[in-house]
Design a protein. Structure first.
Length: 237
């Protein structure tokens, strides 16, 4: 599979694996988040850096080599444009209705946004595979206000992830409660406002459609924060 970013002087090609585990959250991540919905954003951030960081690093390195005149701002804009488009259509990926479909929608959106942030980081010269990128994700996506609390939460989530391997059967809580909790956390991470009200009013079996304008607006706001954050890092070094 080839993904083409349009550059001022032509096109920039980014090879991807073409796997659903790149374009959507992998099954193992969903299992971790369902078993531990309170720390779903932390699990997603850790997994995104592990799985998506190398892709972002390779894209940035190759694109700079192919287009040496591109500035970091221009490179970042290529990524923002591409992933904002993906975010607009991310809700159509699941094909599921009701509460499970709503959770899948916001999970795919949060994953796409994390992918975008890591590409923006790489555009400005920050290593997208570095552990601190998970902290950046959580702060930029406003899951945590400051880096220190994000680091603590990531440590807790990582510890729980390791500990969960000695257990079987996942969460014992009723599935609906788990899905609502998970959906609210992921919606918060993806910047979908009024998440609690949306999920509280959801009738089992009814469909939820996240408007493309909601996905796009939330992703554009995140992109702006990411460009400012990593652009300042680039200015320093």
């Amino acid at each position: 599979m080839q993904v083409h970013f349009k550059a001022p002087g032509g096109s920039v090609t980014q090879p991807t694996t073409g796997s659903l585990e790149t374009t959507t959250p992998p099954g193992s991540l969903w299992e971790n988040m369902r078993a531990d919905p309170q720390y779903a954003p932390e699990h997603l951030a850790l997994e995104a850096v592990r799985r998506l960081g190398p892709e972002a690093a390779a894209w940035a390195e190759r694109t700079r080599a192919e287009n040496p005149d591109l500035t970091p701002d221009e490179l970042a804009q290529l990524a923002v444009k591409h992933f904002t488009t993906l975010a607009r259509i991310s809700g159509a990926v699941s094909g599921a209705a009701g509460l499970p479909g709503a959770v899948l929608d916001v999970g795919v959106l949060a994953w796409t946004q994390a992918r975008m942030v890591l590409h923006v980081a790489a555009a400005y010269g920050a290593d997208p595979t570095a552990p601190e990128r998970a902290t950046d994700l959580l702060v930029l996506q406003r899951v945590h206000r400051v880096a220190e609390t994000a680091r603590i939460a990531l440590g807790v989530a990582a510890g729980r992830e390791r500990a969960s391997r000695i257990f079987t059967g996942g969460s014992n809580r009723p599935l609906t409660r788990v899905l609502v909790s998970l959906g609210v956390k992921l919606a918060q991470m993806a910047g979908v406002r009024a998440a609690r009200r949306v999920f509280a009013k959801l009738i089992p079996g009814a469909g939820i459609v996240l408007g493309t304008w909601v996905n796009s607006a939330a992703t554009k706001e995140l992109a702006q924060r990411a460009r400012v954050h990593f652009g300042r890092r680039g200015d320093k070094g």
